[in-house]
Structures are given as structure tokens and as C-alpha cells.
Design a protein. Structure first.
Length: 272
């Protein structure tokens, strides 16, 4: 019964495709995963910029406890994105299994741990400081950190439910996935306002400009995606809720891998 449910979910991912696609060209794989690769490369460049700039300061606290871990984490995110591209080029299911399950799950755990760690450091720094002017910035960051932790937890839970074939949990998460999209739009709108305020108030830093542009692009993309996926044609009236697999290639590949593994087991059992 679970296998039938999983197969139905797989069929929802594509009307024309019913099996895992591998052996892409390098160009095709990069186009499929372009947004994550570009975003991670930009974040890696920003982390490297902060690492170099903070290395000039006399106080090495930010360098050792914030900038260096941030650079290492961004380096791992970039590696994960490029490894997923590499797995799409190969014809071996082991590579893509590693990319969509262990690496993706570890990415989520890393994000949860990093934002929890960073929140603890900033709260401790504020508690030991007499300057209360930065309290609004701290609250704003903590709001973002809570959102990222909850978002990463939801992705981790979905990928884990797919891996362990917890179909009821998978269906529930897919049915209410629109909440994650809406939260992401709301958060990016807040970030656009924040970076715009920083630029207008005189902090005309190229990092703020780049992040403002990235957040604005993400808002536009997510609004268009939500309109096409969750609203009726030519209106903003929502469609009836259904357990539809999120339009995220790595999630779709996770479903297809599990189905392919089950089919292989059945074929092996039949051959025996």
C-alpha cells in the first residue's frame, strides 16, 4: 500500500516522466540547479570578503567565532550544490542518493545549528553590552534565525519521511507546503525593506546592495511560483489543497530514488 502511495506521488511530480533521470550534460545539470549554485557562490564570495576584511581588525573575536565558521559553512553549501550537479551528470544512483539524502539532510542540520549558535553569540554579546540601541537589530536577526530554523526543520522532516517511507507524514507536509512558500515570501519582503533602509540611511555597502537584489529577485520568483501553483488560472483564488510534491528538484529526485529502489527490490525478488 505504501509503495502504491509513493508511486502516485511520483507520478504527480511529472506527467511525462516516470523514472529517475540521470546522465545530464554539464550544461543541463547546471541549468537545472542554477539558482542554488549561483546563490551559494555569491554567499561564499561574501563570506570570503568578510573573512579578509575582519582579518585586519585587532579584535579577532569576529574573525575566529563568526567569519571563519561562516566561510567554512558556505564552502560546504557550495560543495553540496556542485556535488548535486555532478550526481546528475553521472549514471550511478549512488551519487544522487548521497546528494539528495545525506548531504541535503546534513545541510539542514548545519543551518539549524549555525543559526542557533549565532543567535546564542549575539544574545551573549548584547547581554554584556550597555548599548541598547542595537536591540531592534538583534530582535530582527532572531526573527530571521527562528524562521530559518523552522524552515530547515520542515525540509529535514520531509526528506526524512521520504527516506523512511512515512507516507502519511509526507502527504501532510506536501499538502501544507504552501505555508513554507508564504513564509519565505514574507521573510524576503522584510529583508528587502531592511537592506533598503540600510542603503538609504547611508550604509551604501556593495554587500547590502547584492543582498537587496537577491532578496528582491527571490520575492518575484516565489510570488510567481505561488500564483501558478496554488491559485486558479487568471485569478488569485486558491486551489483546493492537495498532497502535491513541492516543485523542488531534489525533493522530486528523492521520491523517484525511493521508487526506483523499490522497483529494483521487486525485480531482484522476481529473478530469485
Amino acid at each position: 500500500f505504501r509503495r502504491q502511495q509513493t508511486r502516485r506521488m511520483m507520478e504527480d511530480t511529472s506527467k511525462k516522466e516516470n523514472q529517475l533521470k540521470l546522465g545530464y550534460s554539464l550544461k543541463g545539470a547546471l541549468l537545472l540547479h542554477k539558482y542554488a549554485v549561483i546563490s551559494n557562490l555569491v554567499l561564499l564570495a561574501i563570506a570570503l570578503y568578510f573573512l579578509i576584511s575582519k582579518s585586519q581588525d585587532e579584535d579577532k573575536f569576529s574573525l575566529f567565532y563568526i567569519c571563519t565558521p561562516l566561510f567554512v559553512i558556505c564552502l560546504f553549501y557550495t560543495f553540496s550544490s556542485l556535488y548535486y550537479v555532478f550526481s546528475l551528470i553521472q549514471n550511478d544512483e549512488k551519487h544522487i542518493f548521497c546528494a539528495v539524502f545525506p548531504l541535503q539532510m546534513f545541510n539542514c542540520v548545519l543551518q539549524i545549528g549555525w543559526f542557533g549558535y549565532l543567535s546564542a553569540i549575539l544574545i551573549n554579546m548584547f547581554a554584556n553590552s550597555s548599548n541598547s540601541a542595537k536591540l531592534p537589530l538583534l530582535i530582527f536577526f532572531l526573527f530571521i534565525a527562528v524562521y530559518v530554523i523552522l524552515d530547515s526543520s520542515m525540509i529535514l522532516l520531509l526528506v526524512t519521511s521520504i527516506l523512511f517511507k512515512a507516507t502519511n507524514l509526507t502527504n501532510f507536509l506536501c499538502k501544507f507546503w504552501f505555508i513554507r512558500i508564504f513564509s519565505c515570501i514574507f521573510m524576503n519582503i522584510l529583508l528587502v525593506g531592511f537592506y533598503a533602509y540600510m542603503i538609504v540611511s547611508g550604509d551604501l555597502d556593495f554587500v547590502n546592495i547584492i543582498l537587496l537584489i537577491l532578496c528582491l529577485i527571490q520575492v518575484i520568483i516565489l510570488v510567481i511560483y505561488m500564483k501558478l501553483s496554488y491559485c486558479k488560472p487568471r485569478s488569485w483564488q486558491p486551489k483546493p489543497l492537495e498532497a502535491k510534491i513541492p516543485d523542488k528538484q531534489m525533493i522530486k529526485d528523492a521520491i523517484l530514488i525511493i521508487v526506483a529502489m523499490e522497483d529494483s527490490k521487486i525485480e531482484s525478488a522476481g529473478a530469485a
